[in-house]
Design a protein around this ligand. Structure first.
Ligand code: SF4
Length: 569
C-alpha cells in the first residue's frame, strides 16, 4: 500500500524523467492587493531574486539544473505574483520561452479570480504547443477564512475556476494551507472533501508560515495565534490526504521559507525527515491517500510470519525493526515475569485502583497479563492506557493470537474490538488504545497519573527514539511519585537515560533464562526488595538524546556515537 502519490515517482512514470521546474517571473503584482500571509516578493522563487529578463532567468536556471542536478527534462514554471494571461506582453514572454527552450510542460501560477474568457482562450492556444498546468491558490474552502486572509475571492470562485479549466482540458493543481488562523481540523477536512469532488490533477499542501513583512506577522505580534507543530500538521495532513483521491499526485507537503524571513513556527525537523515521518505513520496506521473515499479499504499486512515461542505463545518478527517482538523463551512468560510480577500488580490491586500505561502495546501480551493478574479482584479497577504506532501488528495478533482456557477474556476478541473502536472494557478493567508516535501521544497525558508503566519498545539499537533521556523525562512526568516503571532492557545507555530523567533504578530478575530487566521509580521505597543498581560505567552509560522529541533513529544513534567518540579522545 502506497501512503500517498509522491510527485517525483509520478513524474517519472508520466514523463520518463522528473521534470525540473524552471521558475520564471513574468508578473510583478497581484490584482487584489496582498494576501495576509504573502511576502512582499509574491512567493518568488529563490532562483529568481535577481532582476534578469525572463529569458535570462530561464537560461540560467536550466544551466544550473543541468550542472547541479544533471536535469534532463524541464517544466516552465510561472510562479511569482499573479500571471495576467490576458496581457499580450506576458503572453509573448511565455511563447518566447517555449520557442527558445525545450519544455515538456508549462505550469502557470494564478488566482481563481484571474481567469476570464480571454485567459482561457490563451491557454487553449498555449496547449497546442505544450502540456499546460495551472496552479491555483485556493488555500481553503472556508469563506470566512478567505475573508480573514484577504484573498479577495471566495470558495465559489475557486470552484468555478477549477471547473472552467478542467472544461478546457487544462490540468489544475491546487495550493492549500493547513492551519490558517481560525481554522481547526474540521475546516481542513471540509476543504479536502470539497476538492475531492472536483476535477483537480495535482495538489500542493503546506502548513501556515508567518513571514516577516506580512499582515499576518502584524496580527501574530499583536495577538499570537496557534501555529501547527510538526505533529499537529502531520495529523492534519494525513487526514487531509485520506480524503483526496488516490490517483492525484501530491506535489508538495512542506514549504521553504528562508530562516531570515520566518517568524514562526520553527520546527526541529528537516523536510525529508518530515516526509519520512508521515510515510512511516501512514504505513503503520494502515492508512493511505484516498482510503476514506473507498467503500472497502485494502488492509496491508505486517510482513511477518507468526513465530511460536517456547511457552507456546505467538510472537512476530518485525521486518521493519529486524527484531522479534518477544524473546523466544516465551511471549506470555516474558509479559508475566518481566512486567506484571515485578510491578506487584496482584498485590496492589487488592488495595487500590490501578492506572497502567502500556507503551508499545504490540500484540497486547503485557496488557493481557495485567488483565489476568487482576481478574480475580473485583473491588478495584484496572485502567490501561496503551500506546501503539503499528496497527498491522495488532491486526496480525488478532488473527493469530491463541487464547488459553484460563484467560479471563478472549484476547482475540479484545484485539479485534480495539482495532475497531480503540477501547475495551469489562466489569473490572478497561483499555483505551491510542494510535501514533508515543513521543507525541505522551504529551497529551496528565502529570503524575499512572501507578505503573510498562515500557516495551523494540531495542534501543533499533528504536532509540523511545529510550532517550527526553522520552524518559516524559515518563517521569506522567508517573505518580510512588509509581513504578518496568522494562525488559538492561542496556547501559537506557539505564543512563532513566537516571538522567530522574528515576531511581533497580534490577529485575525474571529467571527462565531471560536476561535481567529494569524497574524504576521516582521514589526509593517503591524499589525495596530489588537490587539497586549502582552508577554504571560512565562511557557505556552515555544516554540517547532527542531534545525536541522528533529526531530520527539514525540521528539519535549518530549523536550518541559522536558523544562516545568525543569522550574517548
Ligand atoms: S495571490 Fe498569491 S502571490 Fe498574490 S498576494 Fe496572494 S499569495 Fe501572494
Amino acid at each position: 500500500m502506497t501512503s500517498f502519490v509522491q510527485y517525483k515517482p509520478w513524474m517519472i512514470e508520466r514523463y520518463g524523467e522528473p521534470l525540473f521546474r524552471i521558475p520564471v517571473e513574468i508578473a510583478g503584482s497581484c490584482p487584489h492587493g496582498r494576501c495576509a500571509f504573502c511576502a512582499e516578493n509574491g512567493s518568488r522563487a529563490q532562483q529568481t531574486q535577481r532582476q534578469d529578463s525572463p529569458l535570462e532567468q530561464a537560461e540560467e536556471a536550466i544551466r544550473f539544473a543541468r550542472r547541479r542536478y544533471r536535469a534532463k527534462k524541464f517544466m516552465l514554471y510561472i510562479q511569482a505574483f499573479t500571471a495576467d494571461l490576458t496581457d499580450p506582453d506576458q503572453q509573448s514572454i511565455l511563447f518566447q520561452c517555449l520557442k527558445k527552450f525545450e519544455f515538456e510542460a508549462v505550469s502557470i501560477g494564478t488566482r481563481p479570480d484571474c481567469l476570464p474568457a480571454e485567459a482561457l482562450e490563451f491557454l487553449d492556444t498555449l496547449k497546442k504547443q505544450t502540456e499546460v498546468w495551472v496552479e491555483l491558490g485556493v488555500q481553503t474552502a472556508n469563506d470566512d477564512t478567505l475573508k480573514r486572509i484577504l484573498r479577495g475571492h471566495d470558495w465559489g470562485c475557486s470552484k468555478q475556476a477549477i471547473l472552467k479549466l478542467a472544461g478546457h482540458n487544462i490540468h489544475v493543481a491546487v495550493h492549500v494551507i493547513l492551519g490558517l488562523p481560525g481554522e481547526i481540523s474540521k475546516d481542513w477536512k471540509n476543504t479536502a472533501d470539497e476538492l475531492a469532488k472536483l476535477p483537480i490533477s495535482g495538489i500542493k499542501i503546506h502548513n501556515l508560515h508567518v513571514m516577516k513583512g506580512t499582515q499576518l506577522a502584524e496580527q501574530y505580534a499583536a495577538t499570537p495565534f496557534p501555529l501547527l507543530n510538526h505533529w499537529e500538521y502531520a495529523e492534519g495532513l494525513m487526514d487531509f490526504l485520506r480524503r483526496i483521491p488516490a490517483e492525484i499526485p501530491v506535489m508538495r507537503i512542506t514549504t521553504d521559507t528562508p530562516d531570515d524571513q520566518l517568524i514562526a513556527p520553527h520546527w526541529h525537523l528537516e523536510k525529508g525527515q518530515f516526509l519520512d515521518y508521515v510515510i512511516q505513520q501512514m504505513t503503520c496506521r494502515q492508512i493511505s491517500q484516498g482510503d476514506l473515499l473507498k467503500a472497502e479499504r485494502t488492509e496491508s499486512r505486517i510482513s511477518a510470519t507468526p513465530v511460536i515461542t517456547e511457552d507456546g505463545s505467538v510472537t512476530f518478527f518485525s521486518e521493519d525493526w529486524k527484531e522479534h517482538y518477544h524473546t523466544k523463551t516465551g511471549a506470555r512468560l516474558e509479559a508475566g515475569q518481566k512486567f506484571v510480577a515485578p510491578a506487584r500488580l496482584k498485590e496492589k490491586i487488592k488495595t487500590q485502583d490501578i492506572r497502567l500505561l502500556d507503551v508499545c502495546f504490540g500484540l497486547g501480551n503485557n496488557s493481557l497479563a495485567a488483565f489476568c493478574a487482576t481478574a480475580k479482584t473485583a473491588e478495584h479497577q484496572l485502567e490501561i492506557t496503551a500506546l501503539e504506532m503499528d496497527k498491522r501488528v495488532v491486526r496480525a495478533a488478532a488473527e493469530h493470537f491463541q487464547t488459553l482456557e484460563t484467560d479471563p477474556v478472549d484476547w482475540k476478541t479484545v484485539l479485534s474490538g480495539l482495532l475497531q473502536q480503540s477501547s475495551f472494557s469489562s466489569h473490572h478493567s478497561s483499555i483505551s488504545l491510542h494510535w501514533g508516535d508515543a513521543r507525541w501521544l505522551i504529551q497529551a497525558l496528565k502529570d503524575h497519573s499512572f501507578d505503573i508503566i510498562f515500557h516495551d519498545p523494540f531495542s534501543s539499537q533499533h528504536c532509540p527514539e523511545l529510550w532517550t533521556v527526553d522520552f524518559f523525562k516524559q515518563l517521569h512526568r506522567v508517573i505518580k511519585p510512588n509509581g513504578v516503571l518496568l522494562t525488559y532492557s538492561s542496556a547501559a545507555p537506557v539505564r543512563g537515560a532513566m537516571r538522567k530523567a530522574g528515576f531511581l533504578i533497580a534490577e529485575t530478575e525474571p529467571g527462565h533464562n531471560m536476561g535481567n530487566g529494569t524497574v524504576a521509580s521516582p521514589t526509593q521505597a517503591e524499589l525495596s526488595g530489588f537490587s539497586m543498581i549502582e552508577r554504571n560505567h560512565e562511557r557505556r552509560a552515555i544516554p540517547y538524546r532527542d531534545p525536541y522529541l522528533c529526531a530520527t533513529s539514525k540521528a539519535i544513534l549518530r549523536q550518541r556515537q559522536e558523544t562516545v567518540e568525543a569522550r574517548t579522545k
